[in-house]
Design a protein around this ligand. Structure first.
Ligand SMILES: C[S@@+](CC[C@H](N)C(=O)[O-])C[C@H]1O[C@@H](n2cnc3c(N)ncnc32)[C@H](O)[C@@H]1O
Length: 222
């Protein structure tokens, strides 16, 4: 199936509410577990940047598991950031550890020029030009920076995409099921991501399919 773009930013209030209230326990705890496995030989400290953080679920999980890390998190959607900042305001323990910023890849203006870790979940498929993510990875990293990106994979056809919506979002609101279907159609294939990495000379990072619908790109910047 050909890639079909979905709107880049998630700004609609109803859409953001459905996304923020959805149950992402399985994929998001998988994200953290795979990150831990990938960097098990390293002490995770310093500052991590979460790219396309949305309502911040991955940022909060990361901060909880790695208390020696500060987390900066960026998104282009004000509506998403309102939810993320509200959640941060309600937390009694994370306010010193996490900061949310508004910004649009690839033109980010952040406090640091380089980060110790660059993480991102489910951003790549939103980008009309995937080079926006890979160029930011190169800009904001120095040698040794840990990179961990997870995203959806585009299924072979719309029937498989529909089946995945039924399997993984059966009890979610219609708007979330619609977005999931559209996200699967907007995602890249393994071959496409592999070509993106080659083009950006990042192909020494490890590209791996980690579930029927997820892919990761991980490693340390040379
Ligand atoms: C599917 S959500 C993922 C949110 C979060 N990472 C998570 O895993 O729950 C994708 C997010 O990327 C944001 N986004 C899309 N394109 C962006 C860009 N160029 N710069 C910054 N944020 C972007 C959207 O607004 C949305 O909040």
């Amino acid at each position: 199936m050909k890639r079909t773009l979905e709107p880049e930013l998630m700004e609609d209030e109803e859409q953001v509410k459905a996304y923020a209230e959805a149950d992402f326990e399985e994929p998001h705890s998988h994200f953290i577990k795979l990150f831990e496995q990938n960097f098990s030989d390293q002490v995770i400290e310093g500052t991590a940047l979460d790219l396309g953080c949305g309502p911040g679920d991955i940022s909060f999980r990361f901060a909880r598991v790695f208390p020696k890390c500060t987390v900066h998190a960026v998104d282009g959607s004000r509506t998403m950031l309102q939810v993320a900042r509200h959640r941060l305001g309600c937390s009694s323990t994370m306010q010193e550890q996490i900061m949310f910023f508004e910004g649009m890849l690839p033109d980010l203006h952040l406090p640091y020029r380089h980060y110790d870790y660059l993480i991102s979940n489910s951003l790549l498929h939103h980008l009309p030009d995937p080079g926006a993510l890979w160029s930011v990875i190169k800009q904001l990293s120095g040698p040794g920076c840990g990179v961990f990106i997870m995203d959806l994979l585009r299924p072979e056809n719309t029937r498989t995409a529909r089946r995945m919506v039924e399997s993984y979002a059966a009890n979610e609101p219609a708007i979330l099921r619609r977005d999931f279907y559209n996200s699967l159609r907007a995602a890249f294939t393994l071959d496409e991501i592999s070509a993106q990495l080659r083009q950006q000379q990042l192909d020494y990072l490890t590209l791996k399919q980690v579930s029927d619908r997820h892919v990761t790109v991980s490693g340390n910047i040379r």
